[in-house]
Design a protein around this ligand. Structure first.
Ligand SMILES: O=c1ccn([C@H]2C[C@H](O)[C@@H](COP(=O)(O)OP(=O)(O)OP(=O)(O)O)O2)c(=O)[nH]1
Ligand SMILES: [Mg+2]
Length: 148
């Protein structure tokens, strides 16, 4: 799928996001930093990417997700857990980097910090009703179907 992309900082031109393998679902986003950024345990910082995308088609959105290596090994995940990029958003893609670990971690300039995934979405149109047609689950949730 073709998506318009603006390069807001020329330094990022050399390493634009692209799928790492033919089957990659996400494209890595790099940290546009002037200098290494050390995140102390618990610290969250908004990190620039130097890029803007305009998805334009409301049937799609983008998700900003952690990279599993950084998240699992170093506890570098996202302050908003998952970032949602609206199809009409035209501003800079920003990454909320959260160090959820107990050790400081330094993000290097242009390091691949998170990943962007394009997903189909359906915009809801809510129809107010008095009751629902009964389903087999009904109101059961939060473990109502048991453990095994
Ligand atoms: O990790 C993220 C999350 C969001 N955004 C941008 C794109 C998104 O379309 C916009 C708004 O995000 P969201 O709707 O999640 O935030 P909000 O707090 O509801 O802000 P708003 O009132 O602007 O919608 O911010 C990012 O750049 N990175
Ligand atoms: Mg919003």
């Amino acid at each position: 799928m073709q998506i318009d992309l603006r390069i807001l900082d020329p330094r990022i031109r050399a390493c634009l996001p692209r799928p790492a393998t033919s089957g990659s679902a996400g494209v890595d986003l790099r940290a546009l930093l002037e200098r290494p950024l050390t995140l102390e345990p618990g610290q969250t910082e908004l990190v620039r990417t130097g890029l803007a995308i305009h998805i334009a088609d409301p049937r799609y959105a983008a998700l900003v997700l952690p990279r599993s290596g950084l998240g699992h090994k170093h506890g570098i995940v996202l302050g908003n857990l998952v970032g949602l990029i609206d199809s009409d958003y035209q501003g800079e893609l920003m990454i909320s980097a959260w160090n959820r670990s107990h050790a400081a971690f330094t993000i290097e300039p242009f390091e691949r910090l998170a990943q962007l995934v394009i997903v189909p979405v359906v915009q809801p149109e809510f129809r107010v009703v008095d009751s629902f047609e009964k389903s087999s689950r009904g109101e059961g949730g939060f473990g109502s179907t048991g453990l095994s």
